[in-house]
Design a protein around this ligand. Structure first.
Ligand code: ASP
Length: 432
């Protein structure tokens, strides 16, 4: 039996750990427990543990609308140079599109080299309906909300971004009479950041529960038949993160890439286990500002935008999955089809919501664009959660990399904070 003193000691050393270490330990322990539960036929226990994860995800989702709105309004009111907002927007969109096209190309290359679909029999798969691509003009027209309260209630991120930008702009233009509103938002922002910190401190428990559930549901057996698809995507994500993001941070921003990866570990693990880049947004914002010293005037804009439109992991997944389906059905693809995949997967990834499984739905669009059978979607669906974990982690890493690059180019990054080792800890709840 552990004595009371030992238990208190364990609790004290656990709470004194940095948050990322707590999350990493939770990830490993949860995976081990999940596999054990699966091997002993106790999947039901894993499904029960999942409730804790669901609670955590709901709590971070609860923060999204107020966090985006308030921090973007404050971001706007803290910028004295209005032209900067336009510049940051253009840079972000260029970065997001460029890296996405790159990611699909890596996916296609790995799909060609590793041949994930060779030897897979898709004959028994169920038929699927293709998803219609939403007309692009609707997406553009939909950015201006009819009703900002409805936009907030629906969690429509692009509409919230638009309203927050014009609202912040109006505060700036209104000048002195708007000072109380500006002060109110500053103070509200402090409250929301505190709330975010409190919710994030529960990340280790949420991560533990979610990974236990995934490992408990899938176990090891189910992963093996489609192991090459999983391997190709995971390898592609690692290559893209290290070479493209690490390279851009080192060469273009001239910052230490190791620090970058250390600084984004919390959002990466939360994205990996929650499979929602929108849901991870509060964690990404906190990490980029606190660990990497990025000024809020950049991150409050680029991160919500990135969580909505920038999905490099999703795009890469669509490249790998399309090749998997083509190979499994023995369909030869020509150069023109490769280019079509790159274009449609880029558009599909922009239109993909940052929620679990959204990329799978959009996959039907990519397959249809090159005439591939949709039955492939059904096979991929069986392992989609595992693929979703890697692509979501890459999605949020891309948003953070873009933010660091733009912040550096705009001189909006505190390089001393960037170079200082990790700071994120659980908040001191005893102060509350
Ligand atoms: N789950 C991904 C995300 O939230 C989207 C996807 O399914 O590809 O970023």
């Amino acid at each position: 039996m552990t004595s009371r003193r030992e238990t208190t000691g364990i609790i004290a050393s656990w709470t004194s750990l940095l948050l990322w270490k707590q999350i990493a330990i939770a990830l490993v322990l949860g995976a081990m427990l999940g596999i054990a539960l699966n091997m002993t036929g106790n999947e039901a226990i894993a499904a029960t543990i999942k409730h804790v994860g669901t609670l955590f995800i709901s709590a971070i989702k609860m923060l999204i609308v107020p966090l985006i709105f308030v921090s973007l309004v404050c971001g706007m009111t803290s910028v004295s140079d209005m032209a900067r907002i336009g510049r940051v927007g253009v840079k972000a969109i260029l970065f997001y599109l460029g890296t996405t096209a790159f990611a699909i190309t890596i996916g296609l290359l790995l799909g060609t080299i590793l041949q994930p679909g060779a030897g897979t029999d898709l004959a028994t798969a169920a038929a699927m309906e293709a998803k219609e691509a939403p007309p692009f003009i609707n997406t553009l027209l939909g950015i201006v909300p009819n009703n900002p309260v409805a936009a907030a209630a629906d969690g429509n991120v692009l509409q919230i971004i638009f309203f927050a930008i014009v609202f912040g702009l109006a505060i700036n233009l209104a000048g002195k009479p708007a000072q109380p509103v500006r002060d109110f938002f500053e103070s509200l922002n402090a409250v929301i950041l505190k709330l975010t910190e409190i919710v994030i401190s529960f990340a280790p428990y949420g991560v533990f529960a979610l990974i236990t559930w995934v490992a408990g549901t899938y176990g090891l057996d189910l992963l093996l038949p489609l192991g090459t698809v999983i391997f190709a995507l995971y390898l592609g994500c690692v290559i893209h993160a290290l070479v493209v993001y690490g390279g851009l941070v080192a060469v273009v921003a001239r910052l230490n890439p190791v620090r970058f990866f250390q600084g984004v570990i919390e959002p990466q693990i939360v994205a990996f286990t929650s499979t929602s880049s929108s849901g991870t947004l509060p964690v990404t914002m906190t990490a980029v500002e606190r660990n990497l010293g990025v000024d809020r005037s950049v991150s409050s804009f680029t991160l919500p935008l990135g969580a909505t439109i920038n999905m490099d992991g999703t795009a890469m997944y669509q490249g790998v999955a399309a090749l998997f389906v083509a190979q499994a059905f023995g369909v030869e693809l020509g150069m023109q089809q490769y280019v079509t995949i790159i274009l449609t997967a880029t558009l599909a990834s922009i239109g993909t919501a940052g929620v679990p499984g959204a990329g799978l739905v959009m996959l039907s669009l990519v397959l249809t664009s090159v005439g591939l059978p949709l039955e492939g979607v059904a096979i991929i669906a069986g392992i989609d959660r595992i693929l979703d974990m890697a692509r979501t982690a890459l999605n949020v890493t891309g948003d953070a990399a873009c933010t660091v690059l733009i912040a550096k180019s705009e001189d909006q990054i505190d390089t001393t904070a960037y170079d200082t080792p990790h700071v994120m800890k659980s908040p001191e709840l005893k102060d509350v």
